[in-house]
Design a protein. Structure first.
Length: 153
């Protein structure tokens, strides 16, 4: 079969949010959207998921139109339905009603069976000082690794 093939990763999400847990969901897509995903023509910036009337929906994901399918093309930023079990949707809805939690797509990928999946993170927004702290920690780690590399020479 093979292993999951990552299409794109939302790198800004882990910078802007504390991710508490992750959930895998399927996507309802048109053929031209799948073709664009295979070409890697997708952007997760400013995207989010929402639960309305017991259905999970992915909002603001930009999948570029597929050139050869221009006649039957798709709307680039249309809302796309997420495939989750009813219990999962109810559990997530309960958590989203808590203060300050949002569903953020962390990455899009094709699983071993070739199905497009999205990894959603249940995140709480970081404050500016949290972001600064994350940057300090990352740079300190980088400095330590650099010092180790230099000392090995």
């Amino acid at each position: 079969m093979g292993e999951p093939q990552t299409i794109t990763v939302n790198r800004k999400a882990r910078h802007d949010y504390h991710i508490d847990e992750t959930v895998e969901a399927g996507l309802v897509l048109t053929g031209s959207e799948v073709k664009s995903l295979r070409d890697g023509r997708v952007n997760l910036k400013d995207s989010y998921a929402r639960i309305v009337h017991g259905q999970a929906t992915l909002m603001n994901v930009h999948i570029s139109p597929y050139g050869p399918a221009s006649r039957e093309g798709h709307e680039p930023t249309r809302s796309r339905r997420l495939l989750l079990h009813k219990r999962e949707i109810e559990r997530l809805e309960g958590k989203l009603n808590e203060k300050g939690l949002t569903l953020i797509p962390l990455r899009l990928y094709f699983n071993a069976r070739g199905r497009a999946k999205v990894e959603l993170g249940l995140g709480r927004g970081k404050k500016l000082y949290d972001k600064r702290q994350s940057i300090k920690e990352r740079e300190a780690k980088r400095e330590a690794e650099r010092a180790i590399r230099v000392s090995r020479r």
